[in-house]
Write a new protein. Structure first.
Length: 233
């Protein structure tokens, strides 16, 4: 499907690291990123860190049974403190089934994509030219089928991606796009800006969309705005 255009992302969120939803595999999805230039050095320096030995110094004492690229990128961002910048994009693509090398040999005997399956922690069975991972394909297909040929809008983001199963995770920063999308899909037509706020007296975390709207982060699933004057507290 079409990539989400950056112009529909509220301006204050464009400085973040945009990562495709799903396929984290215990870390951070490494399929596709959109990020500002100043974060590129953190995200793209893994080969340099491998060659100078700093990668071994960092992970050597953790006694991990294995280290995937997804886990490495998650650790790397957490270490730099930039994991707070991770935001999610809807899935609109999938990895195709093939054998690029002998280090990870895929079983190419599947006759249809529905016959695709994992054969353990590493290997998979899939149909050549079809999706390598069935669930990744299914997620992308659901979003693309809903969107069809309509141009992306925040309302479409909500209807085609967020509304399915994201209500319970709206208090996580990673899914801020869904907060904006839900507001617009519910009728909000004011400025879109989120300000984090914590009540020091009782520790209640809240999110503010424009000074007119106060939303307790734990009650975002009750957000059902009817106009730009709607307010929940």
């Amino acid at each position: 499907g079409d990539h989400l255009p950056m112009h529909i992302i509220p301006e204050g969120e464009r400085k973040n690291i945009w990562v495709v939803d799903g396929e984290d595999n215990g870390g951070l999805n490494d399929r596709h990123w959109v990020m500002p230039r100043h974060i590129a050095a953190t995200m793209l320096n893994s080969w340099d860190r491998l060659m100078d030995g700093s990668l071994a110094d960092f992970f050597g004492d953790l006694a991990l049974p294995q280290l995937s690229t997804e886990a490495f990128f998650a650790y790397n961002l957490a270490r730099s403190g930039e994991n707070r910048l991770v935001r999610r994009l809807p899935p609109l693509a999938f990895v195709m089934c093939s054998n690029f090398h002998s280090r990870k040999n895929n079983d190419l005997s599947a006759r249809t994509w529905e016959d695709s399956a994992r054969l353990g922690n590493v290997n998979v069975r899939c149909q050549p030219g079809g999706p390598k991972y069935r669930h990744e394909f299914e997620h992308a297909r659901v979003v693309a089928s809903c969107k069809q040929d309509w141009p992306w809008t925040l309302s479409l983001v909500w209807n085609c991606w967020c509304s399915d199963n994201k209500d319970d995770v709206l208090h996580y920063m990673e899914y801020r796009l869904c907060i904006f999308a839900k507001a617009v899909a519910s009728g909000w037509d004011g400025p879109l800006k989120i300000v984090d706020w914590v009540d020091e007296t009782d520790g209640v975390q809240a999110i503010i969309i424009d000074p007119l709207v106060y939303i307790n982060a734990w009650w975002l699933h009750f957000f059902d705005a009817t106009s730009s004057e709607s307010s929940l507290g």
